[in-house]
Design a protein around this ligand. Sequence first.
Ligand code: LMR
Length: 407
Amino acid sequence: MTDSSGTQIIHRFSLVSTAPPDPILGLTEAFLADQRPDKMNLSVGVYKDASGQTPVLDCVKEAERRLLETEKSKGYLPIDGSPEYRQAVQRLIFGEQIDLGRIATLQSPGGTGALRIAASFLASQLPSMRIWASNPTWANHHAVFASEGLPIESYRYLGADKTSLDFDGMIEDLSSNTKPGDAVLLHACCHNPTGIDPTIEQWDSIAQVLADKKLLPLIDFAYQGFGNGLREDSQSISAILRHHDEAVICNSFSKNFGLYGERIGALSFVTADENAAKAVQSQVKRLVRCNYSNPPRHGGAIVATILADDQLTQQWHQELGEMRDRIKRLREQFVSTMQNTGPGHDFSFLLQQRGMFSFSGLNKMQVDQLKADHGIYIVGSGRINVAGMQESKMDFFCDAISQVIAG
Ligand code: LMR
């Protein structure tokens, strides 16, 4: 194309092809565009209360009230975040288990931000590393590590019955296919997407295999407190730390504080000694500086305010416990409602699973049919966000599932 003077016009952006929608967040875009009044969004991992709202926790509201009164500045945080926040994160995740001086912690924009900075650090410092992820894993894991050029491989995780852990397959893959220096991506609790976690004895064996093969544990810890409790859910990390001097932990406060849109998480490197921790911290800061410069303040200020105050912390524990218990009740209600929709609709395996998600076992065609015929959105893999179910819509939801199963 040319302009009136005959000069050729180049429209660079006209050559850009359209990317496919995100397999999880893209479904919410489609859901929002859906005009059907009975539609249900059980795709993205967001907790909803009985009225279908994603609530702001009372402890968060109270912390925000206090911040409104006391906050004196909106100035930049340090590149690696607020020191009070970073210490609070370390105490919450690691407790008294190890010398906190060995840990380099960074305040990150959400758990995804932590994963991406971890990937960036590993790619720059340990470029021959491969990342081993469970099959299946969170849909975004592959994209995050691939974006930093790190090859990502899979180890077996979901059993052939699609309802239980293939522990032997997992151990065999980790022992035989990996090479020393690789990293193994593990979900500390509430495995996303399956809801299937190893037992504590199995965690010990996993930690041992990783140590024997000199593999780096790389832990995604996005659901602390959504499984069996704050301390119980970190037993996997304790098992890892019993066998390893080094580990990387990416944690998120989206779910357990309900701070999704505040984008607040942390990245912690457990290192062999304080000198290593300081060096790692300095390198991670360089990566952040040329990426988003320094983290947003508000989410971290909320978490630090709550964790610095005994009463607010108690309130948080209680509200988190209520969310956890309600998710368990929703699992029970779903299983019993499915049983009532017809013989053979046995979903009791959901009762063994933990956290927000479960694998329904529905295939891609059935998932598409749920969307097309009933306005019900779940992830293409068959993953259901149990934490998004509503008691009052359970009959509608289960009827729809039994119809798609019947074909
Ligand atoms: C999910 O898996 O649905 C959540 O972790 C939200 C996300 O960013 O994908």
